[in-house]
Design a protein around this ligand. Structure first.
Ligand code: NAX
Length: 331
């Protein structure tokens, strides 16, 4: 039998946590043959609720779940973990300044970075979900210098999946037949959802989505804004933010990272920019990536038109501003 993999979920008593931990325990993230030990971290005011989640995990009798650590102690939570999904963070409340929210999250991600660096298993892979996701991941990278930058990422897979969903609805095709959309940049409304390279599997072979949609105005307009604003639309409808889709896409992100992307398919991940596509190095920016042997690489050589260039630059600019704001909060 395989050794269990230890998976940390921070903010585990929250909405996304509640949807995510059963998926992990069922094998959705790491496969149906991979036993797991769940580490769940939350803060003291949520300790009782966290314990309730632990009770439900016991009650669910998941065959793959070999142990549960539920704690408010960061060191205990991080010790020995192979995968860390960082969902905990400080939410923006009404009337709060951006800088105040950033200060809170910078301090959370700075201290959790140190705990992971000192106590996680070697080669631990980190996924930051909590907003501002790209910048939280950047702070984590800066304060965990011994964790290789290739092991630190942020979630834009939800946006990627939303883009696949929009194309599938528009064309009345199965979502599983649509692939290779791209989310460029920040997980915020400045992100650029790009369908220029997307394809749709048809009985006659793969066809460019752009040709099948045959409506550039939609692709450059409502398609982009619908994906950008989808989070707000869910809040409006549910009076709560996305949780099941966020949890599901976090599983997709880790699964593809660890087990590899299918041949001919790429996905979107927020990763440390090496300057590809003239995106400034030193930002955590969402790119199209393929994964193999547990490592991602940015898909190279895609032609970028002028419309795309502008959108890619605008979201990079926003990330540079966020980075500057985060650094000013360190002082
Ligand atoms: P909730 O407020 O339901 O849960 C957050 C949990 O984090 C709470 O239980 C809270 O006590 C805990 N927490 C706060 N500070 C902590 C700390 N220092 N250490 C450990 N735990 C801590 O929010 P939820 O709806 O679950 O969303 C979680 C985060 O995901 C938010 O930051 C949200 O903005 C972000 N999202 C990111 C998405 C993405 O695609 N990257 C999409 C979904 C989601 O909006």
């Amino acid at each position: 039998a395989r050794d269990p993999v230890r998976v940390l979920v921070t903010g585990a008593a929250g909405q996304i946590g509640y949807a995510l931990v059963p998926m992990i325990a069922r094998g959705v993230m790491l496969g149906p043959d991979q036993p797991v030990i769940l580490h769940m971290l939350d803060i003291p005011p949520a300790a009782e609720a966290l314990n309730g989640v632990k009770m439900e995990l016991v009650d669910a009798a998941f065959p793959l779940l070999k142990g549960v650590v539920a704690t408010t102690d960061v060191v205990e939570a991080c010790t020995g973990v192979n995968i860390a999904v960082m969902v905990g963070g400080f939410p923006r409340k009404e009337g709060m300044e951006r800088k105040d929210v950033m200060t809170k999250n910078v301090s959370i991600y700075k201290s959790q970075a140190s705990a992971l660096e000192k106590h996680a298993a070697a080669n631990c892979k980190v996924l930051v979900v909590a907003n501002p996701a790209n910048t939280n991941a950047l702070i984590l990278k800066e304060f965990a210098p011994s964790i290789p930058e290739k092991n630190i990422s942020c979630l834009t897979r939800l946006d990627h999946n939303r883009a696949l969903g929009q194309i599938s609805e528009r064309l009345s095709v199965q979502v599983s037949d649509v692939k290779n959309v791209i989310i460029w940049g920040n997980h915020s409304s400045s992100q650029y959802p790009d369908a220029n390279h997307a394809t749709v599997t048809t009985p006659a072979g793969d066809k460019p989505a752009r040709e099948l949609v045959a409506d550039d105005e939609w692709l450059k307009g409502d398609f982009i804004t619908t994906v950008q604003q989808r989070g707000a639309a869910i809040i409006k409808a549910r009076k709560l933010s996305s949780a099941l889709s966020a949890a599901s896409s976090a599983c997709d992100h880790i699964r593809d990272w660890v087990l590899g992307t299918p041949e001919g398919t790429w996905v979107s991940m927020g990763v440390y920019s090496d300057g590809s596509y003239n995106v400034p190095a030193g930002l955590i920016y969402s790119f199209p990536v393929t994964c193999k042997n547990g490592e991602w690489s940015i898909v190279q050589g895609l032609p970028i038109d002028e419309f795309s260039r502008k959108k890619m630059d605008a979201t990079a600019e926003e990330l540079a501003e966020e980075k500057a704001l985060a650094y000013s909060c360190l002082a």
